[in-house]
Design a protein around this ligand. Structure first.
Ligand SMILES: Cc1cc2nc3c(=O)[nH]c(=O)nc-3n(C[C@H](O)[C@H](O)[C@H](O)COP(=O)(O)OP(=O)(O)OC[C@H]3O[C@@H](n4cnc5c(N)ncnc54)[C@H](O)[C@@H]3O)c2cc1C
Length: 467
């Protein structure tokens, strides 16, 4: 037990990966942790739901490292048990009518040669492509990485090679990792995501669905004396004389520390803008979010979709495909965990990106509706018999993500990992209000979605331990 945190009254707002992770870590140090969650279920964007014998996720998830990254580090520290399954080959990628198989070991020269061949990298561009992948996977000092924080990932790539097909593959990776464009993305952030994944060779899915991760953290929290209250939205973070005093959630709940997992913009609104200095407010207002997402969740009565994870770009030279299809990312969670569906059935999540910041609900419905139609067209084109096997399907858009995460817009990740918002430019977890901290994908972490939220939880735990 750590002296500084022992007995401290900590209120954590939200049970996303960041909130559930940090709450268990602080309970481990003897803090009195109370977690308040507006939903009746845990996990935020990492929640899962049961419907007619299938367990499907809020998101469209596949994890970069699972137990070999920060998600596993939290579990080890708090004694939570989560199992993951990784499959080989890792995934499939299709662009302009060419399909490549991606293996876990993307630092292997033979694997890369095969990839370049299959995806159609021009022979004269192969030396540059090899050099790029070698540089992406190599060890870097924190200082070397920092030098690339503010470099656009596409500018970094052209230092090595500029090949149309390879660019599509890199666009696909940037979309999967950060849900922003290659031009906007920070080179350092991409390198970190890629090199960590290549090192771990553990692209995987959590058994039991995405919710298995936050649920395991919260179970560990409760076993250490912490408490979780569901259906308890925090209406206000109470601040007096520049210091946090507690929260209003149907009643006043006093706290020594309040940790918000609700997003930085939402946290400022909950605490009251008048409690923050102008320079902080203008910074927060200017922060950009990642793209949103829409998805079609298919419950099928047979195994229709192969492979278990793929990224597909339409062939834009074909006017029909260009007009009716969408670029899609498709995990098949039942390939990793068949218990997520009745025997012989298949759960398939087909997702695509949507514009960021769709705050207007009507506009969101119209824009997302069109993308959802395109996803369904694409799935029908790729798997002509899919319609014959649908037990049910659910279409979700950015409004759904906003609703489930309690955020204003339905961004996939949280704050965009663009070159102005990573590393030392990522918002600090320490806010100008004494005792009020941020956790989750918006502050203090790096990496891919859920792992960035977990990294943020670990960093906040370390910070509070040493302060
Ligand atoms: C469609 C989709 C696909 C994705 N795919 C991947 C993927 O393949 N791999 C990957 O690693 N990541 C992926 N992500 C991203 C990842 O899920 C998120 O980045 C991560 O889970 C965010 O965690 P967080 O801790 O920031 O909290 P969030 O998940 O945003 O949770 C915030 C929590 O706070 C609660 N809350 C908000 N306001 C209040 C309030 N006032 N009172 C009480 N509670 C409140 C919410 O209800 C919620 O539970 C995906 C996300 C989506 C939506």
């Amino acid at each position: 037990m750590t002296k500084g945190l022992a007995g401290k009254r900590v209120v954590v707002i939200g049970t996303g990966i960041g909130g559930s992770g940090v709450s268990a870590l602080l309970a481990r140090e003897g803090a009195q942790v109370l977690v308040l969650e507006r939903n009746s279920f845990p996990g935020g964007k990492a929640a899962s739901f049961e419907h007619q014998g299938f367990i499907y996720d809020t998101g469209v998830h596949w994890l970069s490292r699972g137990d070999k990254g920060p998600l596993g580090e939290i579990a080890d520290l708090v004694g939570a048990e989560v199992s993951y399954r990784s499959l080989e080959p890792a995934m499939q990628f299709t662009a302009q009518g060419r399909t490549a198989t991606l293996y876990q070991g993307m630092d292997d020269e033979e694997v890369l040669e095969l990839l370049f061949e299959e995806i159609g990298v021009l022979p004269e561009n192969r030396p540059g492509a090899r050099a790029l992948f070698k540089d992406l996977a190599r060890e870097r000092s924190p200082r070397e990485l920092e030098e690339l924080d503010e470099v656009s990932f596409s500018d970094y790539c052209v230092r090595f090679v500029d090949d149309e097909q390879l660019n599509r593959l890199l666009d696909g990776f940037t979309g999967m990792y950060m849900c922003i464009s290659r031009r906007a993305a920070s080179a350092a952030e991409f390198i970190l995501c890629f090199s960590n994944q290549v090192k771990a060779k553990n692209l995987c899915y959590p058994l039991g669905g995405m919710r298995a991760v936050p649920m395991a953290y919260l179970e560990a929290l409760e076993s250490m004396g912490g408490e979780v209250r569901y259906s308890t939205p925090v209406e206000r973070i109470v601040v007096e004389s520049g210091r946090v005093r507690g929260v209003e959630a149907g009643e006043f709940i006093p706290a020594d520390l309040v940790i918000s997992n609700t997003g930085i913009k939402e946290t400022v609104a909950l605490a009251g803008r008048h409690n923050f200095p102008d320079h902080y407010l203008s910074r927060v207002d200017a922060l950009r979010l990642s793209f949103g997402a829409v998805s079609v969740k298919y419950a099928l009565d047979a195994e229709v979709v192969k492979p278990h994870l793929f990224c597909y770009f339409p062939d834009f030279r074909d006017p029909q495909q260009a007009e009716r299809q969408a670029a899609i990312f498709v995990p098949v969670p039942t390939a990793a965990d068949p218990s997520l569906a009745p025997p012989g059935c298949q759960l398939v999540l087909a997702g695509s990106l949507a514009p960021p910041g769709l705050e207007d609900r009507e506009q969101a419905a119209a824009v997302c509706g069109e993308i959802l139609d395109r996803i369904e067209n694409t799935m029908r084109d790729l798997f002509p018999d899919i319609e014959d096997h649908i037990v049910w399907k659910i279409r979700t858009d950015t409004r759904y993500i906003a609703e489930i995460s309690g955020r204003w817009t339905g961004e996939v990740i949280g704050l965009a990992q663009n070159r102005h918002q990573v590393g030392k430019n990522r918002p600090s977890q320490v806010t100008p209000v004494e005792g009020l901290y941020l956790v989750g994908a918006d502050a203090g972490g790096r990496g891919v979605g859920t792992e960035m939220a977990a990294d943020s939880a670990l960093n906040l735990w370390r910070l509070l331990l040493h302060s």
